[in-house]
Ligand binder design. Structure first.
Ligand code: KG4
Ligand code: ZN
Length: 366
């Protein structure tokens, strides 16, 4: 079964074709990141406008990439068995572009349409184990049930226990900021470019993770996360190092820090934020005894997270048989994860959406 996945929940315009839920045939991602960097964060109107301009081209390219030997667009469309599209969670305007496009295709090409939950989709990137595309390091085998899923992205931090496809229980989640959001905000305080996650990771390489002791929140829910206290602790630390009062404009703080300050703060923040995630995931693993632990979302691209997890679970980073994470290109938003999840929705008998009725769900939860 060939599924076309369409993803436009934030600033990416992405489309991919996945075969049988495990083989990546194409993966096209256009980002409007450059246009947002100047503002230090995604501007929803700019994102949606770019998506509107690029989505048809991105979809065409994904079909061409998947079926390079089929010469006409009509024959390429004929190969597609189903369309999957992210309908939530995400930015309203951005979701609308993807959903309206997918609905139009489903109607005009007469294909079943699957409405995908983006958060769940992040985990399904781990089910893709094969590709002929160059430059992908995919997991050697698919995760096994029961499995523990950790989603760490710009909008979500969640831990869920899966008995099987679509049979899951949410164990814990963030009570305030998502971890990716905390990376983005700390990067902003340090004057590092957006998106903050990769910037922090890069600068942290020159710093000491134990240079500053930062707090880990203690919460009632044993698998819940909190990152807003950590973020405020970083702000106070920076103010103290800069020798300014707490009402000093935060967008001018970075000018008062030298490179070593920034590196040490980035490393200490990264270490503490990831330690929280790793400790809770390991606790949940010990308590629920799953066969696989899978990690998805933009922050799953972080190599420190992978190292800390490998350390905690035992064994070198890529050889632990329980832990699954995929190529960084499939951790951040992409159409392949949407196509993979769409495949399992179809295979497991989930009902397709009515293309005349499907609407967006910006606040969708898992
Ligand atoms: O999954 P994603 O692409 O979008 C959402 O669904 O939110 O995640 C984006 C988030 C951003 O907050 C970004 O800073 C973070 O993932 N991120 C990282 C890294 N790459 C992206 N965080 C830490 N380390 C990275 N290497
Ligand atoms: Zn995402």
């Amino acid at each position: 079964m060939f599924v076309l996945g369409i993803e436009t929940s934030c600033d990416e315009t992405a489309a991919a074709v996945v075969k049988d839920g495990n083989e990546l045939l194409s993966n096209e991602v256009a980002s409007s990141m450059d246009l947002h960097s100047a503002f230090g964060g995604v501007i929803p109107e700019i994102a949606a406008r770019c998506q509107l301009e690029t989505i048809n081209h991105v979809i065409d390219q994904s079909l061409l990439g998947a079926f390079p030997n089929i010469s006409t667009p009509a024959n390429r469309w004929a190969k597609i068995d189903a369309i999957a599209v992210t309908y939530g969670a995400g930015l309203g305007g951005s979701l609308l572009v993807g959903v309206m496009t997918a609905k139009s295709i489903a109607i005009s090409q007469n294909k079943p349409l699957y409405a995908v939950n983006h958060v769940l989709g992040h985990l399904y990137a781990n089910f893709i184990t094969k590709t002929n595309l160059e430059g992908y390091h995919l997991p050697p085998k698919q995760p096994q049930f029961p499995m523990l899923g950790l989603i760490v992205s710009g909008g979500h931090s969640q831990l869920a226990y899966f008995e099987n496809h679509f049979k899951y229980q949410l164990l814990g989640q963030t009570v305030d900021d998502a971890v990716g959001e905390a990376f983005d905000k700390v990067a902003k305080i340090l004057g590092l470019p957006y998106p903050g996650g990769p910037s922090i990771a890069r600068v942290a390489k020159n710093g000491k993770s134990l240079a500053h002791k930062l707090p880990i929140s203690k919460l009632q829910g044993q698998y819940d996360f909190s990152f807003s206290g950590l973020k405020t602790a970083v702000l106070r630390l920076v103010q103290q190092l800069a020798g300014v009062p707490i009402d000093y404009p935060s967008n001018q703080l970075a000018d008062k820090l030298n490179d070593q300050h920034k590196a040490d703060i980035a490393a200490s923040f990264q270490y503490t934020a990831l330690k929280t995630i790793v400790d809770k995931t390991h606790r949940a693993y010990l308590d629920s005894n799953p066969k696989s632990v899978i990690i998805g979302g933009g922050v799953a691209a972080n190599s420190q997270l992978r190292m800390q997890l490998a350390d905690k679970f035992g064994g070198p980073v890529n050889s632990n048989k329980i832990l699954h994470y995929t190529d960084p290109k499939l951790c951040t938003d992409n159409g392949a994860m949407v196509a993979a999840l769409g495949n399992y929705m179809a295979v497991c008998g989930q009902p397709p959406a009515d293309p005349f009725k499907l609407s967006i769900a910006p606040d969708l939860v898992m």
